[in-house]
Design a protein around this ligand. Structure first.
Ligand SMILES: Cc1cc2nc3c(=O)[nH]c(=O)nc-3n(C[C@H](O)[C@H](O)[C@H](O)COP(=O)(O)O)c2cc1C
Length: 197
């Protein structure tokens, strides 16, 4: 698969096998994230590679509890509404029980914090597809980036006082018949193009 094919066939995976990808594969994908461009070549993204099931369960529980305490408002982002509603009504696993969650943090006062993390996430998603792994951008920890409990928990794992979480990636083998990620290249309905000249 060349880069163009990997980009065009990348689709989000939300059902994962329990099987853990080997460390070499995970590290190769993380390296693709670390080699993403960064504003002013700042290279300030921090990558937490979470494979420990207990830690993942703890994070899922903390996120669910935090969302369950929130109230839905009228103009709220629909995905956030869904996280809150599902958390209030019971079991909510924001990371789809993927065996690996790669959480990206960056300096909170750096203007390109989200952009740099987004570049790293996209690089990782494209390489994951090329390596037959499924992945999905996970935004819930960003929405909860100021939650005191989660902040303290990540600080205990190495998050700097001056850092916050800006995104995450669920990663693993797709729970599909073939074991491969969904690769349907759906036609674009949005993202208009303006050609000048
Ligand atoms: C900034 C951003 C945040 C996203 N957050 C989530 C998320 O929290 N959970 C999720 O399941 N998918 C999330 N996604 C994945 C999108 O829903 C998905 O990319 C989109 O529906 C298009 O589908 P595709 O990735 O299969 O092409 C996110 C994607 C982006 C770019």
């Amino acid at each position: 698969m060349n880069v163009y094919e990997a980009i065009m066939t990348r689709r989000s995976t939300r059902r994962f096998q329990k099987r853990m990808p080997d460390e070499e594969t995970i590290m190769k994908i993380v390296e693709a994230g670390r080699y993403a461009p960064s504003g002013g070549n700042s290279q300030t993204s921090r990558f937490f590679i979470i494979r420990d099931k207990e830690v993942l369960d703890q994070l899922a529980g903390m996120a669910k509890d935090a969302f369950a305490k929130m109230e839905v408002t009228e103009s709220m982002y629909p995905s956030l509404v869904s996280s809150i509603t599902r958390s209030k009504s019971g079991a909510y696993r924001f990371h789809y029980d993927a065996p690996v969650l790669i959480v990206l943090a960056n300096k909170k006062d750096y203007g390109n914090n989200i952009a740099d993390c987004a570049c790293a996430l996209e690089n990782m998603m494209i390489l994951a597809n090329e390596m037959d792994l499924g992945s999905c951008w996970i935004n819930q920890l960003k929405w909860l980036s100021e939650d005191a409990g989660l902040l303290a928990y990540f600080q205990s794992m190495g998050l700097g006082e001056d850092e916050r979480i800006y995104g995450a990636l669920a990663l693993g083998y797709a729970d599909s018949e073939s074991g491969l990620p969904e690769r349907k290249a759906l036609p674009r309905k949005g993202n208009p193009v303006v050609m000048i000249g």
